[in-house]
Design a protein around this ligand. Structure first.
Ligand code: UDP
Length: 331
């Protein structure tokens, strides 16, 4: 099949970016990964060229977009740890917000005006609603969520002033891994529930704990909307196709609309792996809302996207296959 053209993928050497690069290639485009490898992995770049660079470097962005004649950009490059953003906000505003400004400047200079942006359910703060519609964003409760919300607002201004079109995708809890076993979640330190629990089974997390059992939820543990990274990747292709058709874009939740508690996830891990995660119960983690579940109806109608690979058992089986390869058993 002849190539449909190039798509620049910032942060394409990371977890979600690498899965999307694969989907971009499968959709007939050349994924050009642009990553500074600060947290990404060179061996996750398998479907197109790698350009090592920083998003803040607008001249480099302009040159890369021009060299590859990129039709659009998917922007994943960002720091994403909530706790770290509270301790070191400068790192987040500098990399996420100022870095994105550099990217946008470089894109405009090269005449590229289509962007799919990696946003987050963290823009909802303590929404207190279940499920959460896109209209419920803000006030945010941590610098990470604020940095992403600021970028969404910048993009709305760019759309109005410059006809610079963008789709902001607000991910709920990304999880799971590609069936190839060559890309998956790989962070140091790992903070997320499913990878931490599976790594605990493999002897790589000695102190796994449930953070809080006193929430006002059915079993007292916090409830989240877990969406398989392959579903996220499909949604990115739908967003890309929308922009390529000339649509101005918009903001969409990416979730399933179904929530699971921490205990339900641990029960599912036991059912799928045959092993119980060794755990204790600790205090709530600062900044964690009790329930975050997406209202997926706008992404269904506006993007034509509906999660279809986010059955919790499938998520856990795919993540388990990945972690057994990435983190060989220690005990
Ligand atoms: N969580 C937990 N133990 C862990 C990691 C996470 O109990 O080792 C809980 C966390 O408090 C939250 C849920 O699992 O209620 C999902 O957390 P995660 O960090 O995976 O994603 P977040 O919802 O914070 O983006």
């Amino acid at each position: 099949m002849a190539s449909r053209g190039s798509i620049l993928i910032t942060g394409g050497a990371g977890y979600i970016g690498s899965h999307c690069a694969k989907a971009v290639a499968e959709a007939g485009f050349v994924p050009v990964v642009y990553d500074n490898l600060s947290t990404g992995h060179r061996n996750f770049v398998q479907w197109g060229p790698l350009v090592i660079g920083d998003v803040a470097d607008h001249d480099r962005i302009t040159a890369t977009v021009r060299e590859h004649d990129a039709l659009a950009v998917m922007h994943f490059a960002a720091f994403s740890a909530v706790g770290e953003s509270v301790a070191d906000p400068q790192k987040y505003y500098s990399n996420n917000v100022a870095g994105t400004l550099g990217l946008l400047r470089g894109m405009r200079e090269a005449g590229c005006d289509r962007l799919v942006f990696s946003s987050t359910g963290a823009v909802y703060g303590n929404a207190g609603r279940d499920p959460i519609p896109e209209s419920a964003a803000g006030p945010t409760v941590n610098p990470y969520g604020r940095s992403k919300f600021m970028i969404e607002q910048m993009l709305a201004d760019y759309r109005a002033a410059y006809r610079f079109n963008s789709v902001c995708l607000r991910y709920f809890n990304a999880c799971g891994a590609d069936a190839s076993g060559t890309i998956g979640e790989l962070r140091d330190p790992e903070t997320h529930l499913i990878p931490r629990a599976l790594m605990a089974l493999l002897g790589h997390v000695p102190d796994f704990a449930i953070f809080g059992e006193d929430y006002e939820t059915p079993d007292g543990t916090a409830v989240r909307d877990y969406i398989h990274v392959d579903d996220l990747a499909s949604a990115h292709i739908a967003a890309l196709e929308l922009l390529l058709k000339g649509d101005a874009g918009g903001v969409f939740n990416l979730g399933t609309g179904t929530g699971y508690s921490v205990r339900e996830v641990l029960d599912a891990i036991r059912a799928e792996t045959g092993e119980a995660v060794p755990c204790v119960v600790r205090e709530r983690r600062a900044g964690d809302p009790p329930i975050l579940v997406a209202d997926p109806s706008k992404s269904e109608s506006g993007l034509g996207f509906k999660a279809s690979r986010s059955d919790l058992g499938h998520i856990i089986r795919s993540a388990w296959a990945w972690h057994q390869k990435a983190h060989p058993r220690r005990r």
